[in-house]
Design a protein around this ligand. Structure first.
Ligand code: ADP
Ligand code: MG
Ligand code: ZN
Length: 624
């Protein structure tokens, strides 16, 4: 339908395009007019006439010659026998000079006794100079403005491109987000900050300025940020980190300034910076020697100084999202900046069922559809995959013009979504899941029994991102700063627990323990070379602080080849002992490892009471 924007306008609107395009055309014509095509040259004819004594006077210019023939040499008009131009004293003829400054010309002129003179160069009119300098500049300015306009609004180069959603416009609330209950609970608090800022101000509490959402792609970080704004009923400024980075250095920084200025005027409100990693990459990691990225650095510095610059409790809260927290500049995490970090994890099957329920609200489901069964069959799917799954099923139903979505549609949709994901290897086959479950159970059992063990809080076989297929989360009973020797060995054994379980249960190893081995080897190396916890005695072989200038240099002290061999041997001994003790624990508690793994396969995540009861039955073998 024709909206008001499409109505006929009484006057042609003045835009950069319809001013500057004609101007450019005029300029080009003018440039062409500057150099008219030269007339056919008659220089040789002129020389002939000169030598034949026909020329009366000559005026020599820089690149043209004007001359007049003697009166009696003017051509005769055939019709009446009169000499052409006969009434004038002489007629001027022109020729161009083929070679600038023909040196033979002057002697020739003297020889034939012709009067000659040079012409004073005509002064260039002032407007000519002005035009030749200013007009091109104006045209370039026009083109630049035109491009800036296309990128967003007249002269918008420095302005932020934040999409602004006024309150009530967002249309997303916490009810639309599911399966990420912990993140939601923490964000409820942020909503309260926005709603009742005065309550916090009264008791002198500082509301956090920045909250960072961290999680793999598609887990609903953007959705959560919108939901916070929707729930609090405040305006929402959204911009993506990559949009700050522009061609022109300094533009990103002025966008940040602009964004904050706008937001402060609208407080309380939320600024959401998506893909913060595009902007906030560690400055040291990429800058320094190779020059770095000035634009990104300036933009990041501007962001940091804006965050420092506004008072707490102004009612502006900055949410940011990233799936690569490890590349972020540490300066972003300092107090007063993004000091709150909320992890948005991939959902377990219950979470997946909840997300499915959110997304099927808008589609007609046939009654036999079993969402829980669907959730159990889609391990590794994140919210975005599940939304995609429901949509694919709806497309399938629509293709055959069926009114409702059936279980068969949903099953086929799983295949399609998995097909799209396979490259990312997020979906584990059943035997692989079984292996990961036993591996994690091994970590948990060994971890719970070792000296100085941390409490095993949660085990999960929900794949996280691309690297970890499962994880065991241990929380220290108390804050620890020192590690005793037996505790260090216990930690080594815990790291070996996954590998030990794979060996005991399946009789074979897999590559799944690679990361564990890496960590264990690092720790064993430190035990030997840094802490003197080996037969090498109280000697340190490592420099605590490798020189800043020479980070690539080997941080180890110079040591004799014999010592180096002994260091390696000691490390190996520590690691082998750790593996042996881990294998002993797993063998002794095999039933519990299997029980834990079964629970894990059923529920994907184990925590709380169930986990504690199972682990409480585990015991150290007598030999240990
Ligand atoms: P991220 O920003 O973490 O990459 P998005 O928030 O952009 O993920 O999620 C993309 C889409 O996937 C959302 O618009 C929503 O439809 C769906 N989605 C993702 N996570 C969830 C969730 N936890 N609950 C409901 N829907 C979700
Ligand atoms: Mg996102
Ligand atoms: Zn492991």
């Amino acid at each position: 339908m024709a909206g008001p924007k499409q109505q006929q306008q009484p006057f042609p609107s003045v835009t950069a395009a319809n001013i500057f395009v004609p101007l450019a055309v005029v300029l080009m014509l003018w440039l062409l007019g500057q150099s008219p095509p030269p007339p056919p040259d008659r220089y040789s004819q002129f020389l002939d006439q000169l030598q034949g004594g026909q020329v009366a006077v000559v005026q020599i210019g820089a690149d043209a010659i004007a001359y007049a023939l003697k009166r009696d040499r003017l051509p005769v008009d055939e019709a009446n026998g009169q000499r052409l131009g006969g009434l004038e004293p002489f007629r001027e003829l022109h020729t161009t000079v083929p070679v600038p400054g023909d040196r033979a010309l002057v002697p020739l002129l003297r020889q034939v006794h012709v009067r000659f003179a040079a012409v004073l160069p005509a002064p260039t009119p002032w407007w000519n100079t002005v035009l030749s300098w200013i007009l091109p500049a104006v045209v370039f300015l026009g083109i630049w403005m035109f491009m800036a306009r296309r990128a967003g609004g007249p002269l918008a180069v420095g302005q932020s491109h934040a999409r602004i959603y006024a309150e009530g416009q967002i249309g997303v609330t916490f009810a639309d987000v599911a399966g990420v209950d912990e993140a939601k609970a923490e964000l409820e608090e942020v909503v309260d900050f926005l709603r009742h800022a005065d309550k916090y101000a009264r008791v002198g509490a500082h509301i956090p300025k920045g909250v960072l959402l961290v999680g793999p792609p598609g887990t609903g970080k953007t959705l959560l940020a919108k939901a916070v704004a929707g729930q609090a009923g405040v305006p929402f400024y959204s911009i993506s980190g990559s949009e700050f980075i522009e061609l022109f250095v300094g533009v990103g920084a002025s966008r940040v300034r602009d964004l904050f200025a706008q937001a402060k005027a609208k407080a309380p409100c939320i600024i959401f910076i998506d893909e913060l990693d595009a902007l906030g990459k560690s400055r040291t990691a990429y800058g320094g020697m190779v020059g770095g990225n000035d634009e990104r650095e300036q933009t990041l510095n501007q962001l940091l100084s804006e965050m420092d610059g506004f008072e707490p409790n102004t009612g502006v809260i900055i949410l940011a999202a990233t799936n690569r927290p490890e590349v972020l500049d540490p300066a972003l995490r300092r107090p007063g900046r993004f000091d709150r970090v909320i992890s948005v994890d991939p959902p377990d099957w219950k979470g997946r069922a909840a997300i499915l329920r959110v997304h099927v609200k808008a589609v007609p489901l046939s009654p036999e559809v079993d969402l829980e069964g669907l959730a159990r069959r889609t391990p590794g799917f994140v919210g975005a995959d599940l939304a995609n799954l429901v949509n694919e099923a709806a497309l399938l139903a629509a293709r055959v013009a069926r009114a409702t979505i059936t279980m068969a549609d949903l099953n086929e949709a799983i295949e399609r979504v998995v097909g799209g994901l396979e490259k990312k290897s997020r979906i584990l086959s059943e035997p692989e899941r079984t292996r990961v479950a036993h591996h994690e159970a091994g970590h948990a059992v060994v971890g719970a029994l070792m000296p100085g063990a941390h409490r095993v809080e949660k085990i999960s076989i929900v794949p996280r991102g691309l690297a970890a297929l499962g994880y065991t989360w241990q929380v220290p009973f108390e804050e620890r700063f020192l590690l005793q020797e037996d505790e260090l060995r216990g930690r080594l054994a815990t790291l070996m627990g996954g590998r030990a379980a794979e060996r005991v249960i399946f009789g074979k190893l897999s590559t799944g323990a690679g990361d564990d081995l890496q960590k264990a080897t690092d720790l064993a190396e430190q035990a030997v070379t840094l802490y003197g916890m080996s037969r090498l005695g109280p000697v340190t072989y490592e420099r605590m602080q490798p020189s800043m200038l020479d980070a690539t240099a080997n941080p180890r002290r110079a040591m004799g080849p014999g010592t180096a061999e002994r260091v390696d041997a000691e490390m190996r001994r520590l690691l082998e002992e750790a593996e042996t003790s881990a294998a002993g624990v797993v063998r002794h508690n095999e039933a519990i490892v299997r029980a834990l793994a079964d629970e894990l396969l059923n529920h994907e995540v184990l925590e709380g009471e169930t986990l504690r009861t199972l682990l409480a039955q585990a015991a150290l073998p007598l030999s240990a």
